[in-house]
Design a protein around this ligand. Structure first.
Ligand code: TYD
Length: 168
């Protein structure tokens, strides 16, 4: 069954120059990349992304982590992978949430670490199921940024929408 999965290369992955390695590992899945962009993560976006963890003691730290405040890299790379069993395939390559428990050959097992404060810096985010994937993809991307029609969208006419254009 074709599925979509949100992948985030988190600020530690970017700081450690792992983008190429991670994309190479993910290419083993033979899935299609249908959206990709660099994002400066606002606090509301990070809080909404991790809203299922808002009561956890480590919540403030993972918000700072996703925003790049722990790595001096205020950005993440967001991608949507699409194809057969996309979530299972990407999660297998990513490995377990806790990098110490992750298969050592997985992305998190190879490159993740636990900070002295106990936060799992695990380099990459992968949606955990189809429901989460839909919620997350709609949070990180607009329909126009995805090159296939993943979910029903409606047309909107934006009036007085302030945007930037090239000066020349
Ligand atoms: P979670 O959504 O449970 O896992 P996953 O990212 O594998 O879907 O957790 C979100 C992030 O929070 C996780 O990638 C790393 C961090 N985290 C910790 O630092 N400590 C923890 O005990 C847990 C559960 C998560």
């Amino acid at each position: 069954m074709n599925q979509a999965a949100l992948i985030l290369i988190k600020p530690d992955g970017l700081k450690k120059s792992l983008t190429g390695n991670i994309l190479t590992r993910l290419s083993e899945t033979k899935l299609e990349i249908v959206a990709a962009k660099m994002v400066r993560v606002s606090k509301p976006l990070a809080e909404e992304h991790y809203r299922h963890l808002k009561d956890k003691p480590f919540f403030p730290e993972i918000i700072k982590y996703l925003q790049g405040e722990l790595h001096d890299r205020k950005k993440v790379m967001a991608l949507v992978y699409w194809g057969k069993d996309a979530i299972k395939k990407c999660r297998e390559l990513a490995g377990a949430t806790n990098p110490e428990e992750a298969d050592p050959t997985s992305i998190r097992g190879s490159y993740g670490r636990i900070t002295t404060g106990g936060i799992y810096e695990n380099v990459i985010h992968v949606s955990s199921d189809e429901k989460d994937a839909e919620r997350e993809i709609k949070l990180w991307f607009s329909p126009d940024e995805i090159i296939v029609d993943l979910y029903p969208a409606r047309e909107v006419i934006e009036k007085e929408h302030k945007a930037s254009a090239w000066a020349q």
